[in-house]
Design a protein around this ligand. Sequence first.
Ligand SMILES: Cc1ncc(COP(=O)(O)O)c(C=O)c1O
Length: 396
Amino acid sequence: MAVVTRDDCVARDRADPLAPLRERFRLPTNTVYLDGNSLGALTFSAERRVQEIMSKQWGHDLIRSWSDSGWLDYPARLGDRIAPLLGAARGEVLVCDSTSVDLFKLAAAVTLQRGHRRKIVTELGNFPTDLYILRGLARLAPDLEVVAVPRERVATAIDQDTLLIVLTHVHYRTAEMYDLREMTERAHSAGARIIWDFSHSTGAVPIDLSGANVDFAVGCTYKYLNGGPGAPGFLYVRRDLQAALEPVLSGWLGDARPFEFLDDYQPAAGIDRHRCGTPPILAYAALDGALDVFDEVDLAQIRRKSIELMQLFIDLIEALPNAGSLQLVSPREPDRRGSHLSFTHASAGSVMQRLIERGVIGDFRAPDLLRFGFTPLYLRFVDVWDAVQVLSEELA
Ligand SMILES: Cc1ncc(COP(=O)(O)O)c(C=O)c1O
């Protein structure tokens, strides 16, 4: 393979239709940020939106803003902004609480409908919160069994006793991506429901929830959506399942008539019933501003560039004289992975520490994983080249 030079990368950046969008982000100088899969970068529009809300809506209009500035509707409004990125329709997505809490809410509501079914099937080695939440739920419903199996056994663990399958679309360590349609069909053919966790997919990989006939989903907004540290999660409930799904965390703002302050809870009509308490408006403002950049691109473009950036990274690394100390654990085929790459290395922790000291920010996952995220809205081809240069020096 021909050697790729830094100038080649500069030329690719010049030809890149997404390149101008980097200007929308406040990025530190002398840094190559390869951790937007963990915490996305700050957009100027998020900064402005938070500032506006602080100074005018909170600072001046005070409590009137709940109605006059639409604070009360923020969870559903932001849900509708995210819906196109998920292939969902308006009224099917709600931004609220955290991903962990949203997963509990949906799994608990499905548990209320369990009939004779007793199993929740999930994957061992997934991001731990999903398993912890399900096991916590099983303590409340001791007749439930959480069947957690290695990835390769998930499909065969699903049977006629399965109530629910909970899977993460893109794996947080390896970036391995499930076939959404195939696993959803598998769940449905056993008469079970499925909740997908899209934390590592949303804003990075095109998703077609409606096309795949997905039942339920949750996900993070602080990764590829750049919503900010601790930004609220989202949940999705397919329209035809909404009326029958009764919330267990039945907070007052999920009630049909919250301002009548009645003693009897009656769930709101649509997705709003999954609201719980008062939404953190400043966090919503940051996410709202961050989503502006997605109005100007389509996910196919983002995905295309993500694949190109990752291929460049792999090619450059594999051309290094000391490439043998790194082992790619993410799938080589782009269609089988999300937007990050992981490599094992015997001294991964100290290598990552040195990379970070030199301004190349990825992350380390114990015991031996170097993880690098690729965020096409603000990452350049030349950044990838520079990062590999630093990595090469540190490996040497
Ligand atoms: C698959 C997955 N689910 C959930 C979360 C986090 O959930 P929460 O926002 O509740 O901390 C993460 C965080 O990285 C994750 O990778």
